[in-house]
Design a protein around this ligand. Structure first.
Ligand code: ZN
Length: 238
C-alpha cells in the first residue's frame, strides 16, 4: 500500500475558467490519475485546511507527496515546509509539479533559487532522455503538449541525479522538464507540465508519468533517523 498525499494550494481552482477544465480542482484530477494504480490510498491536503492539511499525523502517514502551488507559496508556513523537507530526508517521496518549482519545500530540498524563464502559452515537445528509467515506462521517444506554459533554462537547480525528460518549445527554449534527485533517504521528482488553465493533466503520457513517479518515489525502507547516534563497535565474528 502506498499512502499518497496530494497537496494543492487550491486557489486558482476556485475560478470559473479553471473549474471548466478541472471541476474537482487540480487535486481532484490528480487523485483520479493516481487512483488508477493498484494498492494506493490517496489523501487531499489544501492550503485552506487547518495547518495547510499537513499535520504531523498526515506527514508521518504519507509515503509520497505531490505538490502543486503557484499564487500562494508564501502562505505556507516556513515550519510546515521544513517538516515536509525533513520527512523527505527520512524517506518520503516528493513530486513537485509545474509551478511547485517555486514552492518552499522544493526550494529547501534543492538549496538553490529554482528560478527559470517562462512565457504563458506555447507548443512543447517533451523528449524522453532515459527510456529505461522507471518513470519513463510506457512513454514514447517524445510527446507533444499544445498549449503548455513555456518554462525554460536556465532553471536554477542543482545538477539532477537523473534527467528523465527534457522539453523543447517553439521559441527554441529548452527545459530540464523531468528531473530526479535523492535527498537523504527520500526521492524527489520535478515535472514541468501542468499549468492550471491547460489540459496537460488529461494527456495520457503526463498521466502515466505521474503514476510512474508515485511508484518510483515510494520509500522502500523504514523512515530513517535524522539524528547522529552512537554505535557500538561490532563484535568480531569468530
Ligand atoms: Zn503555470
Amino acid at each position: 500500500m502506498i499512502r499518497v498525499t496530494i497537496w494543492n494550494e487550491n486557489v486558482h481552482d476556485k475560478e470559473d475558467f479553471i473549474k471548466a477544465i478541472y471541476p474537482n480542482g487540480l487535486h481532484g484530477r490528480l487523485k483520479e490519475i493516481i487512483e488508477q494504480l493498484q494498492d494506493v490510498e490517496v489523501r487531499i491536503a489544501t492550503l485552506d485546511q487547518p495547518e495547510c492539511g499537513l499535520t504531523d499525523d498526515v506527514l508521518e502517514n504519507t509515503d509520497v507527496m505531490l505538490w502543486w502551488g503557484h499564487m500562494a507559496h508564501d502562505e505556507v508556513p516556513d515550519e510546515t515546509a521544513r517538516k515536509v523537507r525533513d520527512r523527505v530526508l527520512q524517506g518520503m517521496g516528493f513530486i513537485g509539479l509545474h509551478s511547485a518549482h517555486d514552492s518552499k519545500p522544493f526550494k529547501l530540498l534543492m538549496g538553490t533559487s529554482c528560478s527559470l524563464s517562462w512565457r504563458e502559452a506555447d507548443f512543447e515537445r517533451v523528449w524522453t532522455i532515459l527510456p529505461g528509467h522507471p518513470i519513463a515506462k510506457g512513454i514514447p521517444d517524445y510527446f507533444e503538449l499544445n498549449p503548455e506554459e513555456m518554462y525554460g533554462e536556465r532553471f536554477d537547480i542543482p545538477q539532477p541525479d537523473e534527467l528523465v525528460f527534457a522539453g523543447w518549445f517553439s521559441g527554441g527554449e529548452l527545459m530540464r522538464s523531468g528531473c530526479c534527485w535523492n535527498r537523504g533517504a527520500g526521492k524527489v521528482f520535478y515535472f514541468q507540465p501542468g499549468h492550471e488553465s491547460f489540459k496537460s493533466f488529461y494527456n495520457q503520457y503526463v498521466e502515466q508519468i505521474i503514476r510512474n513517479a508515485v511508484l518510483w518515489a515510494a520509500p522502500n525502507c523504514p523512515p530513517q533517523s535524522l539524528c547522529c547516534r552512537p554505535i557500538e563497535k561490532p563484535m568480531k565474528n569468530n
